[in-house]
Design a protein. Structure first.
Length: 41
């Protein structure tokens, strides 16, 4: 199961959310991990 995702992004703030979005748009399988609200502060 180690190949379930191509990219893992920790945090869905100002950097993480766009990074995950761009990776997904480029065809990567993305895991986005956030323990609070998406979008950060």
């Amino acid at each position: 199961m180690s190949d379930a995702y191509d990219v893992a992004v920790i945090g869905a703030g100002q950097g993480g959310l766009p990074a995950a979005h761009m990776a997904a748009n480029l065809g990567a399988k993305v895991l986005l991990v956030e323990d609070r609200e998406v979008g950060g502060t």
